[in-house]
Design a protein around this ligand. Structure first.
Ligand code: PXP
Length: 252
């Protein structure tokens, strides 16, 4: 039975489009938790295009479940994480021109820098997740960097066209998830997931948590946020039980 964390960035995107104070992502987080979400995610970007510093502070006060702060591994963000105290920090690559986080973090090629960021965040009490492409080399590097969690980037899977391409991405995600679990990393998955494409992933028992934002907020426009969260939650809870040989799954 996997967990669901909801990313509320896109509520802030709508607010920022008008430069006023609604809709409020903090209110959104309250409704998501009321609907049963296990955690709330927000991404404080360097350019502050959606989530603002004020949002992160208030989310820390309001969120009862897990607060996951997505961030680039910069001095500014490490300092903010130290002040706010999120339960989990997810390190992501960040490029100013991108519409959304486009690729996974290059952990293998930046091992020492990532290791340093993980240690500093752990030292202020935050567990660390690395958002990586589902590739064995990146999983092994995440293990070497000392991360507690890997979030497998499902963007390429979500964009895949045709059965063969879809299956290839699914196989890659499963292989990465199994390797991560063998290395005692907790496994999450996210990016581009919706009510349709999340289903095949649910057969991979190593994936313990899903991080989903855009499709839930988009659906909320039509059915309301609580219903949109509840629908996704009902699906995610149908994930496959642990593989018999590998025993019970850990919870972070
Ligand atoms: N996980 C990470 C690390 C992300 O950067 C994002 C996008 O902000 C998501 C999950 C959620 O992706 P989506 O909004 O496409 O569901």
């Amino acid at each position: 039975m996997a967990l669901l964390s909801v990313n509320v960035d896109h509520v802030a995107t709508l607010r920022q489009a008008r430069g006023i104070d609604e809709p409020d992502p903090v209110w959104a987080a309250v409704f998501c938790e009321k609907a049963g979400a296990d955690g709330i995610i927000c991404h404080l970007r360097e350019d502050r295009r959606h989530i603002q510093d004020r949002d992160v502070k208030l989310l820390r006060q309001m969120v009862k479940g897990k607060l996951n702060l997505e961030m680039a591994a910069t001095e500014e963000m490490i300092a903010i994480a130290g002040t706010i105290g999120p339960d989990l920090c997810t390190l992501v690559p960040e490029r100013r021109q991108e519409l959304t986080t486009e690729g996974g973090l290059e952990v293998k090629g930046n091992l020492e820098a990532v290791k340093d960021a993980v240690a500093r965040l752990n030292a202020v009490g935050a567990a660390v997740s690395l958002f990586i492409d589902p590739h064995p080399d990146q999983v092994k590097a995440a293990h070497l960097a000392g991360a507690q969690v890997v979030e497998l980037h499902t963007g390429s899977y979500a964009n895949a066209r045709g059965e063969a391409e879809l299956q290839r991405h699914l196989d890659g995600i499963e292989e990465a998830a199994r390797l991560a679990a063998r290395l005692k990393l907790k496994v999450a998955a996210g990016h581009g997931l919706n009510l349709r494409n999340v289903r095949p992933l649910l057969a991979i028992p190593e994936i313990e948590e899903y991080s989903i934002g855009h499709s839930i907020i988009a659906r909320a426009v039509f059915v309301g946020l609580e219903q949109a969260v509840a629908e996704m939650l009902a699906l995610v809870r149908q994930s496959a039980p642990p593989r018999p040989a590998e025993g019970p799954r850990r919870r972070l």
